[in-house]
Design a protein around this ligand. Structure first.
Ligand code: 5RP
Length: 226
């Protein structure tokens, strides 16, 4: 079993009978969805889920997890998702899959947010390995890009998979992938992006993670927020 599957199984063991659980998006989140479905089938665990994306909706339907629509939900017991980077203060970078809006809503509305990573995702600072994904209103992207460039950011619109156009999110937004001066801390970046008109959402998740489960060579290390 690889480290992603290992942490996913550990997270599935956190789920208690009757919980409303948010399902993340990505390969690690898929392992969690499978592990949760196994607990439902094998142990009779009663669980209701809400998905963070079209992809996780389809995955949850395939394995037979009961679901409710996001529109019906005001709060969740638990949200479980992967991340692209995790810094020492448990700030996350997410959004390589471009489902930021629903992911951050679910993370914010959950009593607990458990993040699943392998050790390759641990970084000294957010932005160390990936640009910051910034979801923008399509008509605003040039203005947003200029505003962000004024703070020292550099980057471009994310291309689509065929490299013959641009990536468009499930809600019709474009994504700017931007890099910043490494000296800029994630709090300043978060505040700047939150205050930029035309930005729908961005990939910095600060102060949201309750715990990070890290798969390290066949072992799980749990880091809980104090
Ligand atoms: C999607 C995400 C994913 O959680 C992140 O990209 C990690 O993916 P994976 O588990 O496949 O490594 O933020 O928007």
């Amino acid at each position: 079993m690889n480290d992603k599957e290992l942490v996913a199984r550990q997270a599935a063991r956190q789920v208690k009978d009757g919980m409303l659980v948010g399902l993340g998006t990505g390969s690690t989140a898929n392992f969690f969805i499978e592990a949760l479905a196994r607990r439902k089938d094998d142990e009779g665990l009663r669980v209701t889920t809400v998905a963070s994306s079209v992809v996780s909706t389809i995955k949850a339907q395939e394995v037979g997890l009961p679901m409710v629509a996001l529109e019906q939900v005001t709060r969740l017991d638990l949200y479980v998702d992967g991340a692209d980077e995790v810094s020492p203060d448990m700030t996350l970078l997410k959004g390589q899959g471009a489902d930021l809006v629903r992911e951050k809503l679910l993370a914010n509305a959950s009593d607990a947010f458990v993040v699943l990573v392998d050790k390759s995702k641990l970084v000294d600072r957010i932005g160390a390995r990936f640009p910051i994904p910034i979801e923008v209103m399509p008509f605003a992207w040039r203005m947003v890009k200029r505003s962000i460039e004024a703070t020292g950011g550099q980057g471009e619109l994310r291309p689509n998979a065929g490299k013959d156009g641009f990536a468009v999110t499930a809600y019709g937004s474009l994504v700017l992938d931007m890099t910043f001066d490494p000296a800029l801390d994630s709090q300043t970046l978060d505040d700047t992006l939150n205050g930029t008109p035309g930005v729908v959402e961005h990939g910095i998740f600060r102060g949201l993670a309750s715990a990070v489960f890290i798969g390290v060579d066949g072992q799980v290390q749990e880091r809980w927020a104090s």
